[in-house]
Design a protein around this ligand. Structure first.
Ligand code: WT7
Length: 633
């Protein structure tokens, strides 16, 4: 049976069984029937979770860009591969067909070669969401250079740490970036970062904002000055299945960021296969993921997943609020977007603006909606479903991680039904498992536990760059022989998974194990509350007590009334034991660039430990930290 397209429940059931009972055959068939290889593998999967050694498609030879570009140039050269919507509404959008993409990627690859980088070298990419970002990523893959994309909102310190950790020799950046009404001078940030790096560095500069910048001779070069001289075709490098494709940094709970290493063949097969099925992509669809390519979501589901399927993928340079809060929906209307994939934090921010920004916009092209990055609360889910999906689009709540490379748990449109706040079922080949604190498997349904994965999937990260010990310790040591996700999950009576949040967000109050996420969910249902973050702090009698940081939808509301309401709701929904001892109404919560609340900082503030906040350089809004400290209880 051809399992590539899973389009009904029976097929899912039989394919899922096969993927568990005979993973070698299952993945062998998916990989051999749907991709282009120079050489096939000698074995499908070899693994040892104790040593964190994982190999997929050993000894196979391929180039991922041939799969993402060249083979579509043969069959469908004039199909649009990338649509580019600029930040500025007055600027002309751009589009690139598959044959144009091959030229752009080839030229960029030849530029990189002319700058002296070669197979196995690391190149750091620090660019806004412009087409050159996509070309750079793919150009690296074309010639076997390992890309390390750093989100162009990170500070110079964060950039320097990442350049030094993987010892990259070239940084691709731009003069600046447009974000809403603002411009940001990226080149200055790179200049600052490179003061903290070795002298071997080169910088390739794309012109975007045309602001004046300083160029350092011998080190810095403008792309436009060298690209006109290069060949329009670049031969793909022949890569081994397990050659590193990229490094992507993700923050750890402590210490420096972890450079997650993804390799070539398994990553390609898995991101491609998940994209096809979870978004049910068909030929004339226009797919849009609003993430930045600086995150794993952008790597896997703006570039590699869609392009390996020959899809049309949209890149948006700007922000959802510019020129106003209807921007996302106007773009959906303009390009007749069929699949729309975004984050709960964006949904909540847009919902907060009210439906007036959605009204009058034609969203009838939409077929599938997606969400990723954090648990989505029921209120946001419903808003998305009603106002964007018009009750007519399945919502895929996709659970995965930088480390997993691709989506592991999700519903599948018209195959696995969605369920508000549930990621639902494991994807093909994925074996999730709930365990208790001692690592014993919890086999029953209707149970909460720590989420582990019991078998490798093709796109699992292979190591942490330069530190395999840390890789073993972080993911394979808590529960021996299993990959530990760091997340808690609930499995309902039908086997649907609901991610309850990081397990490090659990607080023991008077001996009761309380997840802060469910309490937040409960109070977020309050009509006047925009967002909340609950953390534990030391308490003389209870051991720990709960501290709530709350933002309101309308700051003119009497906060005493809100405070008493909050504990009433908690008492009702969870029990008096979960009541908050301290409630601080604040104008904002510290967030990472991907929209996650940094509870680590709030925990320090709640316990009065203001001098040990740790690194706050990666925050989106570091300025709220002092405000919260000044008003803390
Ligand atoms: C953590 C991974 C995966 C790309 C973006 C984030 C949380 C992710 C969901 C979801 C509930 C989710 C988990 C996970 N998370 N997706 N659909 N429902 N939680 O990648 O920065 O590596 O973060 O994000 O806690 O462990 P990341």
């Amino acid at each position: 049976m051809n399992n590539y397209l899973i389009n009904n429940k029976n097929k899912y059931d039989s394919a899922y069984n096969e993927s568990l009972n005979n993973p070698e055959k299952f993945w062998n068939d998916i990989a051999s029937e749907n991709f282009s290889w120079y050489d096939k593998w000698s074995s499908v999967v070899k693994w040892d979770f104790h040593k964190a050694k994982i190999n997929w498609f050993s000894n196979a030879k391929l180039n991922i860009t041939v799969n993402c570009i060249d083979r579509h140039v043969k069959t469908n050269p004039h199909k649009i591969a990338i649509l580019f919507e600029p930040n500025n509404v007055n600027e002309k959008p751009k589009s690139f067909t598959y044959s144009e993409l091959l030229v752009e990627v080839s030229k960029m690859a030849n530029v990189l070669k002319s700058l002296g980088v070669k197979k196995g070298d690391r190149v750091c990419i620090y660019l806004p969401m412009i087409p050159e970002l996509a070309f750079s990523v793919l150009a690296c893959a074309r010639i076997g250079v390992i890309h390390s994309v750093v989100f162009a909102g990170f500070s110079s310190d964060a950039l320097a740490t990442r350049i030094n950790d993987c010892n990259s020799s070239l940084t691709i950046t731009s003069d600046g970036s447009f974000r809403g009404a603002k411009t940001l001078n990226l080149k200055n940030i790179v200049d600052d970062a490179l003061l903290k790096c070795n002298d071997e560095q080169k910088v390739l500069v794309v012109k975007r904002t045309l602001e004046p910048i300083k160029m350092i001779s011998k080190r810095d070069v403008f792309l436009e000055d060298i690209i006109s001289g290069v060949d329009v075709y670049c031969k793909p490098e022949i890569m081994d299945a397990e050659d590193p494709l990229f490094i992507l940094y993700t923050s750890g709970s402590t210490g420096k960021p972890k450079g997650m290493v993804h390799t070539t063949a398994g990553y390609m097969v898995y991101t491609s296969y998940t994209f096809k099925n979870i978004f049910q992509y068909t030929d004339n669809d226009v797919y849009w993921c609003t993430a930045d390519i600086g995150w794993i979501t952008g790597h896997s589901y703006i570039l590699y997943g869609p392009l390996s399927n020959g899809a049309t993928t949209l890149m948006f340079e700007g922000v959802p609020s510019y020129p106003d809060f209807s921007r996302f929906w106007s773009i959906v209307e303009k390009y007749k977007v069929t699949q729309f994939y975004t984050a709960p934090t964006a949904i909540r921010a847009l919902a907060r603006q009210g439906v007036k920004f959605v009204q009058g916009i034609d969203l009838s092209s939409l077929k599938v909606l997606g969400t990723v990055g954090e648990p989505i609360n029921e209120e946001a889910w419903n808003w998305y479903n009603i106002n964007i999906g018009k009750n007519n689009c399945p919502i895929v709540d996709t659970w995965w991680q930088t480390e997993t490379g691709g989506i592991l748990i999700s519903s599948i449109p018209n195959v696995i039904p969605d369920k508000p706040t549930f990621a639902t079922k494991p994807f093909l080949g994925v074996q999730p498992m709930l365990v208790d604190d001692n690592g014993n498997e919890l086999k029953d349904n209707n149970i909460v536990g720590k989420l582990c994965i019991n078998f490798p999937w093709p796109s699992i990260a292979r190591t942490i760059w330069g530190n395999h010990e840390r890789y073993i310790n972080t993911y394979f040591s808590t529960f021996k022989g299993k990959y530990f996700t760091g997340d808690g999950a609930y499995r309902d009576e039908y086997g649907n998974y609901r991610i309850t949040g990081r397990v490090d967000d659990v607080v023991i109050v008077s001996g009761h194990n309380l997840g802060t996420a469910p309490i937040e969910d409960a109070i977020n249902e309050h009509p006047n509350i925009a967002e909340s973050a609950i953390v534990g702090f030391p308490h003389e009698i209870k051991g720990n007590a709960l501290y709530g940081f709350i933002t309101l939808k309308d700051s003119s509301i009497d906060s005493n009334y809100i405070k008493s309401d909050i504990n009433k709701i908690i008492s009702n929904k969870i029990g008096p034991i979960a009541k908050l001892d301290k409630i601080q109404i604040t104008t904002g919560l510290p967030k990472t660039r991907s929209g996650k609340i940094m509870r680590r900082i709030l925990r320090k503030i709640a316990s009065g430990d203001f001098n040990n906040l740790g690194d706050i350089s990666t925050l989106l809004n570091p300025e709220v930290v002092n405000k919260i400290i000044n008003n803390s209880l």
